[in-house]
Design a protein around this ligand. Structure first.
Ligand SMILES: Cc1ncc(COP(=O)(O)O)c(C=O)c1O
Length: 416
């Protein structure tokens, strides 16, 4: 599809506006009211770059309607390439999807399962990476094999041994999150990938708690499929995300979630001569097959802007910065009686710092009490979870500890 010159000039203006982004700077978050926003593992507030990109996209639609469709097709091509770059994947193996779940469903419904196939899943995972496997098991007569995700934090060597024992008995696919959403444990994906390859098992990764803050490489980890939503560490809007499938495994996927955009040359009947309206065009036999219908263009515009900032700063420096933020806070939390879930080994760490209060049930009460002091956190499964990103300043640790001291001085957070 051809793009008119005026529209291209507008798009270039927006995608070039990356000023104000830097580690520890909230310059691009002028509207953010929360004093310490440490809840990126739940949802990122949009930066000014995201707001500008989304509103520019919407304004362009207001001016040109269908006239800007082609430029959005091009934007999605650029966005796929950027996201692929973040995980070391070839852009052709990456598709844009509505959310993390869409990627899990594409694989759970798309693998040509044999009755009795076994899928290894982990107790403690976010349900996104469980429910679709349960449904596939119900429909296809599969068996779910369970391990505890937290065993990889408390006894990593023992858990890996247990995993290998299961793989030896025959597992068709391992489905795991790169980072556990409760404790922030980064799973040993490289070793898991190597074990899966050795035992002829496919590896599926939910990357939403990792991509954008933790370096990830699908080749180094022998990942076959990966899915990730936009609104956490990628700092984009809700309603979009990405799905990766390695070329060889994608070629075997059944087109059970295919739609009109899953065909090769899907726009031919709209833009070319008559007799192009056919229903027998081959389906794309790659990850792109899951792009089935009209996408969330505005969310893609926002995501392009947020990933542009992440790329400009760099995932490695962001990871180091976030670790420094955790370092500044963790010892103070432990001194005040919290137990930290953060692993001693660097390779087990992520963007999440989770701690438990002495009373394990008090996590949500602590999160609510901190909110009164303008500190945004979360309390998944009773953990007090703090998850800063590149705009968080290292001085914030002092504010968090001061708030905790005040709450403690008043006798601790009120329990429900
Ligand atoms: C590990 C993990 N996976 C998935 C999700 C969300 O999935 P979806 O993007 O489909 O809503 C979350 C949090 O919302 C999560 O923490």
């Amino acid at each position: 599809m051809a793009v008119p010159a005026r529209l291209r000039a507008d798009a270039d203006k927006v995608s070039a506006d990356m000023t104000g982004a830097g580690l520890g700077s909230r310059a691009l978050f002028p509207e953010l009211e929360t004093r310490v926003y440490a809840n990126h593992a739940s949802l990122s507030p949009p930066s000014q770059a995201v707001i500008d990109a989304v509103s520019a996209c919407l304004s362009q639609y207001a001016r040109d309607g269908m006239g800007c469709y082609a430029i959005e097709v091009e934007r999605r091509e650029r966005l796929r390439a950027r996201l692929a770059g973040l995980i070391g994947a070839p852009p052709r193996d990456l598709a844009l999807v509505a959310n993390t779940t869409a990627g899990v469903l594409a694989v759970a419904l798309g693998i040509p399962w044999q009755r009795g196939d076994r899928i290894l899943v982990f107790d403690g995972e976010f349900p996104t990476n469980i429910t679709p496997w349960q449904q596939a098991a119900r429909r296809e007569g599969l068996e779910l094999v369970w391990m505890s995700a937290d065993d990889f934090r408390t006894d990593r060597a023992g858990a890996l041994q247990q995993l290998e024992d299961h793989l030896r008995e025959g597992i068709r696919l391992v489905a795991v999150s790169a980072v556990q959403f409760t404790t922030g444990q980064r799973m040993p994906l490289e070793t898991i990938g190597e074990l899966c390859r050795r035992h002829d098992c496919e590896l599926f990764v939910d990357a939403i708690q990792a991509m954008g803050v933790v370096p990830l490489d699908v080749e180094a980890c022998a990942i076959d499929y990966l899915t990730c939503g936009s609104h956490k560490w990628l700092m984009g809007p809700e309603g979009t995300g990405c799905f990766y499938a390695r070329e060889e495994v994608a070629a075997r996927l059944e087109p059970n979630v295919a739609g009109w955009l899953s065909h090769e040359d899907p726009f031919a009947f709209l833009t070319r001569a008559p007799n192009e309206l056919r229903y027998d065009r081959p389906l794309v036999q790659s990850a792109r097959m899951v792009e089935s219908g009209t996408p969330h263009t505005l969310a893609a515009a926002g995501l392009e802007a947020s990933v542009g900032l992440i790329d400009a700063i760099g995932v490695e420096p962001i990871y180091e910065h976030v670790q420094a933020w955790h370092d500044a806070l963790e010892a103070g939390l432990v001194e005040r009686g919290f137990a930290s879930a953060r692993m001693a080994e660097m390779e087990g760490r992520s963007g999440i710092l989770s701690v438990r209060a002495t009373d394990a049930a008090a996590g949500p009460a602590w999160s609510r009490a901190l909110a009164e002091y303008g500190i945004a956190s979360a309390s998944p499964d009773g953990w007090l979870r703090l998850s800063p990103h590149w705009p968080n300043h290292l001085d914030e640790a002092g504010a968090v500890l001061a708030a905790i001291d005040e709450i403690l001085a008043k006798g601790g957070p009120p329990l429900p």
